[in-house]
Design a protein around this ligand. Structure first.
Ligand code: PRT
Ligand code: ZN
Length: 286
């Protein structure tokens, strides 16, 4: 049995649970429960505050955990046992940025020399400032960092930014991005039995992740255009081509990457493709 720590209630919770579901792992989570056990996979869930997850994994209370990369980067140096990122999960993307009041003179990171910077991420900030040879005073505060300049606590802040609207509504301007974050799966060193379960879980996560980045495409093509159309569809190996009942026409099946999808569709139509169907893929096993 493997124990996974998941945020109890916050920005990571919904997508963490959704990912488990997409991996085919079912369990009953009711209300304020702190623990749950999967019915069909050797996994036990612990629901915790996100800040506690790295320490619980390091101490062995949990074996693995889902956490924002910013939190593990911040806490890593204070953990007594090693904890590693074993999988990037692609959700809860955000950045840790430096921001100054709108209108403040800022021409580069050197302008922060001797200034006070408020943050909840002192370790990441300290490392960034050291790398740039800037010596500033770091004020650690645990929440509402964005109000620090307006109450005279600091000249700049270092905080998590997603859409940027919190900075904007507090009269702040983002001037440097110091860290990019997404949700990650962390693990401590495990016994062979537990490692096998983690490997199985990672295999499922990767299959789900690949499927999200691709679409299944089915189209009809006149046989004279097949060569061009096939060259536009790399597929996993090569596209499947089957004849249609109408002579001179074929049906072509393939997978296309999500990021070049619209570009591919345009080229396929130009080449003579018709009746193009695009279907989501649930899992992609390599
Ligand atoms: O209660 P618990 O301690 O478990 O949760 P928490 O309140 O400490 O964390 P939570 O749920 O807010 O965030 C969990 C993780 O989500 C963070 O560690 C990040 O990795 C990630 N994440 C993604 C974010 C954001 N986006 C985000 N926008 N975490 C916080 N914010 C906050 C930010 O602090 C700022 O106040 O949202 C504001 C900025 O958002 P925009 O959209 O206005 O720029
Ligand atoms: Zn927290």
């Amino acid at each position: 049995m493997l124990r996974i720590a998941i945020q109890k209630s916050g920005r990571l919770t919904e997508e963490s649970l959704e990912l488990m579901q997409e991996c085919g792992i079912d369990f009953g989570k009711s209300g304020g429960k702190l623990k749950a056990t999967a019915y069909n996979f050797p996994l036990e869930f612990l629901f915790l505050r996100d800040d506690d997850i790295p320490e619980y994994v390091a101490d062995g209370v949990a074996d693995v955990g889902i956490i924002g990369e910013n939190v593990i980067a911040e806490e890593r140096s204070s953990l007594l046992q090693p904890v590693d990122i074993v999988e990037r999960l692609g959700f809860s993307r955000c950045r840790l940025s430096l921001a100054v009041p709108k209108g403040a003179a800022y021409s580069g990171i050197q302008d922060l020399h001797g200034k006070r910077i408020a943050t909840s991420f002192p370790n990441i900030l300290k490392e960034f400032l050291a790398q740039h040879g800037v010596s500033a005073e770091i004020h650690e505060i645990s929440g509402s960092v964005e109000i620090a300049p307006s109450i005279g606590l600091a000249e700049a802040i270092c905080d998590i930014v997603s859409s940027g609207s919190t900075l904007l509504s507090n009269g702040l301007v983002e001037v440097e991005t110091i860290f990019r974050s997404e949700a990650v799966l962390i693990s401590r060193p495990l016994t062979a039995d537990k490692q096998r379960i983690v490997d199985d879980l990672r295999f499922r996560i990767q299959s789900v992740g690949r499927a999200k980045k691709t679409k299944y495409i089915v189209l009809n093509a006149p046989n004279h255009a097949l060569e061009t159309i096939i060259s536009l569809l790399p597929g996993m190996k090569s596209p499947t081509v089957t004849p249609l009942a109408t002579s001179g026409w074929s049906s072509v099946h393939s997978v296309v990457p999500e990021d070049t999808f619209w570009e591919s569709i345009g080229k396929l139509k130009e080449a003579g493709a018709e009746g193009i169907l695009v279907v989501p893929i649930e899992k992609m096993i390599l």
